[in-house]
Design a protein around this ligand. Structure first.
Ligand code: PMP
Length: 403
């Protein structure tokens, strides 16, 4: 098992007089010293604007920022850094695609998403559908997983975009993206992947998946907030117009019109999140040194360890697939007779940080017929002792409320 707590200074604290057990990693992850140091080093020594300066600091800042892009390229096995666009996060990436989609979609066209999507993979498509006259369709579930029969029935030659989460932030289920991308392509549709919950936890190979677009967030993978990535196939990105306009993204500005910079900068208007790009590069270095296979294995072991203990608790409902091997390290649950906010508050009293609410997945919660759930989600620094603490705190909560 990995033993990495020492790299994460924030974890070395007590909350309500109990050692902190941080299990809200699907919302955001903690940052190791190596990432914090990289960001600090940039501000201490290299802070300057990128791409336009010829002085030494500007050159160093540009080199480190662009090195971050190359690290990301390698991490997801993109063919070229032209295909790696820095964004603010998953949400921005998905919005950029949907904005392009609304330009090319026509009445009668269809967009296919699923009922388990995060709002950031629902709302931009609702907007694209409304503006273009295309129809937004949902794939539903079977036994806590994507219903592949439903998907096959709804994927037709009318479908122009299929956009799905790689891993659900509520059900934890890992969707078979590679197989779905193949089906989408057979029907001439673009495959868009929301990789927010997969990229931090498993090896990603965008070429092997054959995703046309793949979006993720730095802050969920030990990197800083405010930086994310949109991968897109070069030939598609070349067809797309930039979404934002201004400095950095232009080649030449005339009084009447402008021409665009080449990829990837065509999409990156304004001063970018330089420290974020450098910090994300450091996070990628950190995760790569551990190994994504080891990370996936570590979380799978935690899930295998904790699931039977949770399933043995009377009155505890777990959402998502029965088979542990079909899920990542996300466990949404409810306790009979208790509101999940009360559960999360009671767990916090024990130092255990979990999330409660709709997890930005209201269509899914409506479909599951619940208004909210509690959610424990694991990352590289969590241990079996953290799992024991979670189980223990849930049992204490039940005892306290007499349920
Ligand atoms: N998709 C999924 C599956 C997520 O879990 C999240 C974050 N909770 C997002 C998209 C949005 O990510 P961000 O807020 O970093 O843009």
């Amino acid at each position: 098992m990995l033993d990495l707590k020492k790299d994460f200074p924030i974890l070395n604290q007590t909350v309500n007089d109990e050692p902190l057990v941080y299990l809200d990693n699907a919302a955001t992850t903690q940052k190791p010293t190596q990432v914090l140091d990289a960001v600090r080093h940039y501000y201490d020594f290299d802070n300057a604007n990128v791409h336009r300066g010829v002085h030494t600091l500007a050159e160093r800042a540009t080199a480190d920022y662009e090195a971050g892009r190359e690290k990301v390229r390698k991490f997801i096995n993109a063919g070229s850094t032209k295909e790696v666009l820095f964004t603010r996060g998953t949400t921005t990436g998905l919005n950029w695609i949907a904005r392009w989609a609304e330009e090319i979609l026509k009445p009668g066209d269809e967009i296919l998403i699923s009922v388990m999507e995060h709002h950031s993979n629902v709302v931009p498509w609702q907007q694209a559908a409304t503006k273009s006259g295309a129809k937004l369709k949902f794939v539903y579930l079977k036994e806590g997983e994507l219903d592949m029969d439903d998907l096959k029935a709804k994927l037709t030659d009318k479908t122009k975009f299929v956009s799905l989460a790689h891993v659900s932030n509520v059900l934890g289920v890992i969707n078979p993206i590679k197989a779905i991308a193949q089906l989408a392509h057979e029907h001439g549709a673009y495959m868009v992947v929301d990789g927010a919950q997969s990229t931090p936890h498993m090896a990603i190979d965008v070429q092997d998946l054959d995703a046309d677009f793949f979006a993720f967030s730095g802050h969920k993978m030990a990197g800083p907030t405010g930086i994310g990535v949109l991968y897109g196939k070069e030939e598609i990105l070349n067809q797309m117009s930039p979404v934002e306009f201004g400095g950095e993204m232009i080649d030449f500005v005339y009084e009447s019109h402008s021409t665009w910079s080449e990829l990837p900068w065509k999409f990156e208007a304004g001063t970018p999140n330089i420290a974020g790009g450098i910090g994300l590069g450091a996070a990628v270095d950190y995760l790569s040194a551990i190994g994504m296979e080891q990370i996936h294995q570590h979380e799978a072991e935690l899930i295998d360890y904790v699931m039977p203990k949770l399933r043995a608790i009377p009155g505890l409902t777990i959402y998502g697939p029965q088979d542990n091997h079909k899920r990542g390290g996300v466990i949404a649950f409810n306790l009979d007779g208790l509101h999940p906010h009360d559960v999360a508050t009671a767990l916090d009293m024990e130092g255990v940080a979990v999330r409660a609410g709709h997890h930005c997945a209201q269509p899914l919660l409506s479909y599951l017929d619940v208004s909210a759930t509690a959610r424990a989600s694991f990352y590289i620094y969590n241990s079996k002792a953290d799992c024991d603490k979670l189980v223990d705190a849930i049992l204490k909560t039940k005892e306290f409320f007499g349920v």
